[in-house]
Design a protein. Structure first.
Length: 298
């Protein structure tokens, strides 16, 4: 009887200890990541570790602000000055008590990579507004710089919270590219088979950040292709023409063209590929997105 009682006590004691240990594990993880100790993990199965890590991650995610840039555009541009407007939003679940010391850093860049070799700094500034930013709230501000971009600098890249004073759910979505030039792309291409060859139409859109010069006399080219690569060996010309009227596309505007081919599609050619500004008369922030591939029906 005595022995049995002692056994029950010992079991209870062990249970209490193990409860205390498991409690201290989660408390350690939630509160102080730096003091995690290896022996604690050695008592957990891999499954335990997995579920424990994900649940503590969940609670961390649920308790953070999250800054994103929801819109940005250049609002003033002279030979000596450039200014843009931006809107940031807190898409997290925790209020940022004050935006005052949040830093925005800007630079000119030849590509859409923030702060790589060759970038030219446009300085940094604090938001300077001590308002809070609650979950779901947005803030709009402007950023001006007196440094004209050299022609190879095709973008302004900027980053919100560049000194990382706000701990966020996602720290890797805080940059934005602002195109400083027009950027022509082809959208909505349509091809229909005719008795002789093909009719087609497609829309040219300026997705860049500057009004494009006149599209008059830019070259619109097309080729039949066995693959989706424009103008590689084996491609067969499918017609080329100019735009004959003066068209000026502001950012976001588009213009639809129509063309045709009077010849049957060559055998083995499964695609027709269109290219806008094929002679490269217009300087764009992106020259590598000017083609559109359409698969041909057999
Ligand atoms: Ca973020
Ligand atoms: Ca941050
Ligand atoms: Ca382009
Ligand atoms: Ca071009």
């Amino acid at each position: 009887m005595k022995f049995k009682k002692a056994l029950i006590l010992a079991v209870t004691f062990c249970l209490t200890i193990s409860l205390l240990v498991s409690h201290s594990v989660s408390a350690t993880e939630d509160l102080d990541l730096s003091s995690q100790e290896d022996f604690v993990y050695s008592e957990m199965t891999p499954e335990d570790e997995l579920s424990d890590t994900s649940s503590s991650l969940d609670s961390m995610i649920a308790e953070l602000p999250e800054l994103v840039i929801t819109s940005a555009s250049v609002i003033k541009r002279t030979d000596y000055y450039i200014e843009y407007k931006y809107t940031i939003k807190n898409t997290g679940t925790v209020t940022i008590p004050s935006m005052y010391k949040i830093v925005i850093k800007s630079l000119y860049s030849a590509n859409k990579i923030f702060n790589d070799a060759g970038d030219v700094s446009l300085g940094a500034t604090i938001i300077g507004d001590s308002s809070s930013l609650a979950p779901g709230e947005s803030h709009t501000g402007t950023y001006g710089a007196g440094i004209p971009p050299s022609k190879d600098m095709k973008f302004i890249m900027f980053k919100i919270d560049s000194t990382n004073i706000v701990a966020e759910y996602n720290e890797f979505n805080n940059t934005r590219a602002l195109s400083l030039y027009p950027d022509l792309v082809i959208s909505n291409a349509q091809v229909t088979k005719t008795a002789f060859g093909l009719d087609y139409s497609y829309t040219i859109k300026n997705v860049g950040g500057k009004k494009a010069p006149s599209l008059r006399y830019i070259v619109l080219d097309s080729c039949y292709s066995a693959n989706t690569i424009y103008n590689d060996p084996g491609d067969i010309a499918a017609g080329s023409f100019f735009i004959e009227e003066s068209v000026y596309l502001a950012p976001g505007q588009s213009y639809t063209v129509k063309g045709y081919s009077l010849y049957p599609t060559p055998s083995g050619m499964n695609y027709i590929i269109f290219k806008v500004d094929a002679r490269d008369d217009i300087y764009e922030s992106n020259e590598s997105n000017n083609t559109k591939v359409v698969q041909l029906e057999r």
